[in-house]
Write a protein that binds this ligand. Structure first.
Ligand code: PMM
Length: 264
């Protein structure tokens, strides 16, 4: 059954006021709420990857995420750390995180592959071409499905060469990252053509391509529709803001499939 990864961005624009403790406290409460409403993982990130976003210093990123990772892990929540930095990944796993979610697939930090091999944890390798300030200049494809397949295969090759167990790698097409709106749909419609037998994570939640004329919060129904399709197509996990909506959609697909086996 498809897993739910709840999004927890511990970034300044996510919280309206207060100092560091307040931010961490609010983030921890949000993480617990995500877990209690159906998130199998809570994905903690301290650096925005929205198009155009500037990078934050490693120390700032670490100070944002570490107390949250530690507190949620202590409460029994399965935490995933959303980072491109090997040092942040290591510190988070040592604080209890069980999965590293790297939007750069190991490209942003040459030490990431060796660190994951060493940590021996699950690792999401997302398709990525450039940092947020430049990603829109790298959105040209002749055949987006074939190129994402090949570019991800190159990452898998580099990761396994560094000692990462193939079974630990989850592939993600990086919806909205160096992709114009129309490039995202073939990647969803032709999952098996780029992912093969690998586990797949899909992060479509509230992204612009779902409904360009709507505000992010108004893209929630479209997000749930994508979750439903993902569950029907055997996707391993969806990364979402609303864990309850995703959980309900996945339960519907599961009951629907069970209905096939049940006598009338
Ligand atoms: N998207 C964002 C951040 N992290 N991680 C993965 N694996 N896949 C994604 O699609 C992804 C990600 C950007 O979305 P946000 O600003 O809502 O966190």
């Amino acid at each position: 059954m498809t897993h739910v990864m709840g999004i927890l961005n511990v970034t300044p624009d996510s919280f309206s006021d207060g100092g560091q403790w307040h931010q961490a406290d609010a983030a921890i409460q949000r993480g617990l709420a995500l877990a209690s409403t159906g998130a199998d993982f809570v994905d903690v990130g301290g650096e925005s990857t929205r198009p155009g976003a500037e990078r934050v210093d490693a120390e700032v990123e670490l100070a944002r995420v570490l107390p949250v990772v530690r507190a949620l892990s202590a409460e029994g929540v399965a935490v995933s750390i959303d980072t491109m930095r090997a040092a942040t990944a290591r510190a988070a796993v040592e604080a209890g995180a069980v999965l590293v979610n790297d939007v750069s697939g190991g490209l942003a930090d040459p030490r990431m592959a060796g660190t994951i091999a060493d940590l021996n944890c699950d690792y999401v390798a997302m398709h990525w071409r450039a940092h947020s300030t430049e990603m829109d200049r790298h959105d040209a494809y002749d055949d987006v499905v074939a190129q994402v397949r090949d570019e991800l295969a190159a990452r898998v090759e580099a990761l396994t060469r560094a000692g990462v167990d193939l079974g630990r790698i989850v592939l993600d097409p990086g919806l909205g990252f160096s992709k114009v709106a129309e490039s995202n749909w073939p990647l969803l419609a032709r999952l098996e053509d780029w992912a093969g037998d690998a586990r797949v994570l899909i992060g479509a939640s509230r992204k612009r391509f779902l409904a360009p004329d709507k505000a992010p919060l108004e893209r929630e129904h479209a997000t749930t529709a994508v979750t439903t399709m993902c569950a029907a197509h055997g996707v391993w996990a969806v990364r979402v803001h609303d864990s309850q909506a995703a959980r309900d959609a996945i339960a519907v697909v599961s009951s629907w499939n069970n209905g096939r086996d049940r006598p009338e």
